[in-house]
Design a protein around this ligand. Structure first.
Ligand SMILES: Cc1ncc(COP(=O)(O)O)c(C=O)c1O
Length: 360
């Protein structure tokens, strides 16, 4: 069967090569005769997969030896509370409020200490991120947390904020491994895999070992980064299939796409085509400030709710799926994560052009 043009915000499209290989590996991984989802997480076969996944992530993000890579469950939202539960201990943390996910992370952090919000774009409908150098982290903050890409509003940081003496923590869920980032600058990174690097059910976490000293020893092992790291993410049974797919996607980024520089060029080119169309039209309107635009989630509208609905429903009928905006903001959204194909971007641009000619 032919595949649809899939613009889903997540779980999202995976690289075709990875999906094809997974079809075979589900049946038998290599010549083992055992499917990749059917082998023990303690087996040599799976150990090779998880170690390779970690090595590839470490290489792509230029991590150093003081950083542990974990594959956890419970989604990115579990990290909203787990990180402050581990390290905040009644202290103060600074959060950049750039929208829905940052906002939810703030609410969870408030359970474990004080939260300062040195930047919020709530007043302007979360249409922007702060400019480089514009944020002042309050003295005494234990960490600065930000969301590098707001999946809902369609904004993205193009810089890494300065955190001063505070630790730097980032929710990279929706632009993970989509552009070069010096991961060694971070004390904590987390990313639900289901947008750029895998299926749902696994969250990549990078945590600096120096934070382990602050962890409250009374927490259960499953909720402590130090115990999870000591057992190499296998204190319980991890999401083995998800980790396998992450390894395959990272292999594809490194070997087929030219690493993060290559994937960034691919993402700039694809998103640029849609933004150029929006900018060259009086019919389509972008929803966020130009300097804060996301390469991953392009949010746009006709300015008329009913017409937006006609657009995404007729697009779905024409085989372009997932263009409806997030339920909290409405409008339209095209997600162009790492695996998005040029053929689907062609189809989107053609369909938008056709829709403008027939409804403009
Ligand atoms: C930036 C961001 N953070 C967190 C989440 C929540 O992720 P999960 O559903 O894995 O908990 C999402 C989901 O879309 C997201 O886009």
């Amino acid at each position: 069967m032919e595949r649809a043009h899939n613009f889903s915000a997540g779980p999202a499209l995976l690289p075709q090569k990875v999906v094809r290989q997974a079809q075979q590996d589900l049946w038998s991984y290599g010549d083992s005769g055992i499917g990749i989802a059917e082998c023990s997480h303690r087996s040599a076969m799976f150990d090779a997969v998880i170690q390779s996944a970690k090595q590839r992530i470490a290489r792509l993000l230029q991590l150093d030896d003081d950083q542990s890579i974990l594959f956890l469950q419970g989604g990115a939202r579990t990290q909203f509370y787990m990180w402050p539960m581990n390290v905040l201990g009644g202290g103060t943390a600074a959060y950049l409020d750039t929208g829905r996910w940052a906002d939810l992370a703030v609410k969870d952090a408030q359970r474990y200490g004080e939260v300062a919000v040195p930047f919020s774009s709530q007043q302007t409908g979360w249409d922007r991120v702060p400019e480089a150098g514009a944020v002042e982290v309050p003295d005494g903050s234990i960490y600065l947390h930000y969301t590098s890409n707001n999946t809902v509003a369609g904004t993205e940081f193009s810089h890494v904020p300065e955190s001063g003496s505070a630790w730097l923590a980032c929710d990279m869920s929706s632009n993970f491994l989509s552009r070069p980032v010096d991961g060694s600058r971070f004390d904590f990174i987390y990313a639900g895999a289901q947008k750029n690097v895998g299926p749902s059910g696994v969250t990549v976490v990078v945590v600096r070992k120096r934070v382990f000293d602050r962890i409250d020893a009374s927490l259960p092992g499953m909720l402590r980064y130090d115990t999870l790291a000591a057992k190499d993410s296998m204190l319980n049974t991890p999401c083995t299939f998800g980790i396998y797919v992450i390894e395959s996607v990272c292999r594809w980024i490194e070997e087929d796409m030219g690493g993060l520089a290559g994937i960034e060029a691919h993402n700039i080119a694809q998103s640029g085509r849609v933004y150029d169309l929006i900018d060259g039209s009086d019919f389509w309107k972008g929803k966020v400030e130009v300097g804060s635009r996301s390469r991953m989630n392009i949010t746009f509208t006709t300015g008329d709710d009913a017409l937006d609905t006609t657009f995404h429903t007729s697009a779905a009928e024409a085989g372009l799926s997932g263009l409806k905006g997030h339920r909290s903001v409405g409008g339209l959204r095209a997600s162009l994560y790492n695996a998005q194909t040029d053929a689907s971007v062609d189809a989107l641009v053609d369909f938008m052009g056709h829709f403008e000619r027939t409804h403009g």
